[in-house]
Ligand binder design. Structure first.
Ligand code: GLC
Length: 738
């Protein structure tokens, strides 16, 4: 992860700034404020008032217009009918695909693969730019440790390093090497910052974050995205320690501008500036505009307080005019960097839903699915031995639900469902009996259960494809319970009665609490919402054409009451161990009240997660040799090399995501019991051994100290490698003062 101070968005070059400065000098205040104003599109047409506003220079960006001709009409008005001919930013949420839909970001994160994320963003940009979109509000790089929060689906999970690396990969994918390339679109790191810490996993809720957690957990992915040159940053809806992000001058000026020297543009979230009056920190819309302008929000998403009040605020000297100029300069520079002033055609007009794009979506889904359980090698299914398969469940044949949340432009008709894919697999000589059993994933209508049980009884294996509808995750869609909705769990129990082996495939936008289902099923493949080609990918994994390689980007809890639960927890002063843990059942009745010898756990849930961060099985077994360190004493400026052998014991070819964890044993502030400091996918043939090497710059062990500085502290560090976050830290090295 690039930890160095973030440079200005390197896509914005000196030439762009010069041209922007020159243009700025010609602009009236009214035209400047127009550039800071984003309006919502009108769904495929150009209303007169919108056309007139653009002609008068009152609009800098339009969001949510995806009709190519309409976009071209909007750009024509802006460029040919306004005084200065300034083109528009055309914004759209292209979160995990445009027409070709990739797995949801939480699923993409389970690939632990930069190339996969970069390619997904590149293809999304190619397809989106085909209608004239030149700005997307992605990647979402909020650290998410609460699966009740619907937006965990859009995140890359709980870890700052994984989120940083994957967020940077998406920035590269969207923005291409040169923003002026016709298929490049400006990316937007969101939601700055700490949004994932919304209390109780309820969206838009209060967040209270220490400097410690803000600096070490929630800010690093944004710093990495800025260092990668992300063209824009979006403020979150959140009230952060009493100050909502859109009025948070500490976040927007002290950190983003002064400390990170970020030169890109800041956009508010949808009406989040007007929301300041609802948060109760702004008297009225004018005061909201004043606070957001002083804090440093350059463009306002649709609430219109800037265009309405900013001129007055400048006139009454409540807002210095040069703040307006700085914001407009950043907006214009981005438009010059995008080549919008120099290109006639506003869209690349590449075809979408091409074979290659859908193939890439399938490859991403293949790498995103996580094999959580596989007793008696139930999987892969052997087509030579199969006679009959029962494929049951409401998500087994639903091309819309498998697309997941935030797919404004996804094409359901392009989806390949698991039913379709398994029927194709069955051409090899077995029968697939399919039945949705429940009309929807939330239905409680068990009328078709007898038929489902009969099909399962007659089959060699029952594949149950269950989970959440797409609408149950994503923005504002949070859940207080995380079980399978409706009668799905009853369906598992009913089919389990038949004794037929069960393969449970789950499509969901978050980790679900499935502990009680595990004893009833033989294998579990977690597919998230796998996108357009999810069905084909899942079928190929179940039939063993490819071994699962996904790893969890987020901890799976046993019960909702354990949340938040994450691997990088602090030691506490009374850590739980297998020795100190006592389950509720084992507490003696009338045990005397005592706090002696007790430790940090819940009485009614085992203290370990159901599945830990980084966990995922494959169809092979991997053996790790001991890590060999290049040195056992290093200075802060050194780079530690860690080498080890990885062997694919077999039986088949497979890919392992090897993970490097480090612990700072003693420091001036409490440090996590371990932190991910490196990962890579290693493909090995059965029986093959490879030497794997990590390079760990010691400076990446820095953390924020009480004085606010970021330092590596000398002392002992422990290190471990493995296939998930339970890796034992069996190597030791010391950092010495240089
Ligand atoms: C929404 C979301 C944000 C999105 C924006 C535009 O409310 O919070 O992620 O980019 O509005 O759709």
């Amino acid at each position: 992860m690039t930890q160095g101070p973030a440079r200005a968005a390197q896509y914005i070059r000196e030439e762009h700034l010069q041209r922007a400065t020159h243009l700025l000098a010609d602009m009236t205040l009214e035209e400047k404020l127009g550039q800071m104003h984003q309006v919502n599109g009108a769904d495929g047409h150009v209303p007169d008032d919108l056309a007139e506003a653009i002609r008068c220079g009152h609009v800098g960006s339009v969001i949510n217009e995806v009709d190519r001709q309409t976009v071209q009409q909007l750009q024509h008005i802006a460029r040919s009918e306004s005084r200065l001919g300034i083109p528009l930013l055309i914004g759209r949420d292209v979160i995990h695909g445009f027409h070709s839909v990739f797995p949801i970001p939480l699923g993409l994160a389970a690939s632990w693969c930069e190339q996969t994320l970069q390619q997904a963003a590149r293809i999304s940009a190619q397809e989106a730019s085909s209608v004239g979109i030149n700005w997307t509000f992605s990647p979402m790089i909020d650290i998410a440790r609460d699966p009740r929060w619907g937006r965990i689906a859009e995140s890359f999970g709980e870890d700052p390093l994984l989120t940083s690396v994957l967020g940077q990969a998406m920035v590269r994918g969207y923005q291409h090497a040169d923003l002026a390339e016709p298929t490049a679109i400006a990316a937007c790191a969101k939601h700055y910052a700490g949004y994932g810490a919304s209390e109780s996993g309820r969206d838009y809720n209060t967040t209270n974050l220490s400097q410690h957690d803000m600096r070490d957990i929630h800010l690093p992915p944004f710093r990495a995205a800025c260092a990668e040159g992300v063209a824009s940053v979006m403020t979150s809806f959140s009230d952060i320690n009493g100050l909502p992000a859109s009025a948070n001058d500490w976040l927007l000026r002290d950190v983003l501008r002064e400390q990170w020297h970020y030169g890109g543009m800041v956009v508010s979230d949808w009406e989040s500036i007007a929301h300041l009056t609802i948060h109760g920190i702004a008297e009225d819309r004018a005061d909201a505009a004043r606070q957001a302008l002083l804090a440093g929000v350059d463009m306002e998403m649709v609430s219109g307080t800037y265009i309405q009040h900013a001129a007055g605020l400048v006139a009454e000297k409540a807002v210095p005019p040069d703040l307006i100029d700085q914001s407009v300069l950043r907006i214009l520079a981005l438009k010059f960097a995008l080549g919008l002033f120099d290109q006639d055609n506003t869209s690349a007009e590449l075809p979408t839903l091409t074979k290659d794009n859908l193939h890439a979506a399938k490859q991403a889904a293949l790498r995103s699915c996580v094999l959580l359980k596989n007793d008696q090698a139930t999987l892969p299914l052997n087509k030579e031995q199969l006679n009959r398969v029962a494929l049951l469940g409401p998500l087994s044949d639903d091309g819309y639900e498998q697309l997941g949340t935030w797919i404004f432009d996804g094409r359901e008709e392009a989806s390949v469902t698991l039913r379709q894919a398994m029927e194709k697999q069955a051409e090899a000589g077995f029968v697939v009996d399919t039945l949705p059993v429940l009309p929807t994933a939330r239905s409680v209508d068990s009328g078709a259960f007898p038929e489902a049980v009969a099909l399962a009884s007659a089959a060699d294996v029952a594949i149950l494809c269950l989970g959440e509808e797409a609408i149950l995750s994503g923005e504002a869609h949070c859940r207080a319970e995380l079980n399978l909705p409706g009668a799905q769990e009853a369906l598992v129990a009913a089919v389990a009665e038949t004794g037929t082996p069960i393969v449970l495939v789950i499509m969901a936008g978050r980790p679900l609490t499935i502990e009680h289902l595990l004893p009833k099923v033989d294998a579990v493949l977690y597919a998230w919402h796998p996108g357009s080609m999810g069905g084909e990918a899942i079928a190929e994994l179940l039939m063993g054409e490819v071994s699962p390689s996904g790893k969890l980007p987020v901890t799976f809890v046993r019960k909702v009451g354990q949340i938040p639960m994450y691997y990088a927890q602090k030691p506490t002063g009374k850590p739980v161990t297998t020795e100190t843990y006592v389950s509720q059942e084992d507490y003696p009745v009338r045990a005397p009240q005592t706090s002696l010898g007790m430790a940090s756990f819940h009485l009614d849930a085992h203290f370990t997660p159901l599945f830990p961060f980084g966990f995922g099985l494959s169809y092979s077994k991997f053996e790790y040799g001991p890590p060999v360190l290049s040195a056992d004493e290093l200075a802060v400026t050194d780079i530690l090399k860690i080498r080890f052998d990885l062997r694919n014991v077999g039986p088949g070819d497979a890919t392992e995501v090897v993970q490097l964890y480090v612990r700072d044993v003693v420091a001036s502030l409490t440090r996590p019991i371990k932190q991910l400091k490196g990962f890579k996918r290693v493909a090995l043939r059965a029986g093959e051994t490879a030497e794997v090497e990590f390079e760990l710059p010691i400076r990446e062990l820095a953390f924020y100290q009480r004085d606010g500085a970021e330092r590596v502290e000398p002392g002992e560090f422990r290190l471990g490698i493995g296939g998930d976050s339970t890796a034992f830290l069996d190597a030791v090295f010391r950092v010495v003062t240089s």
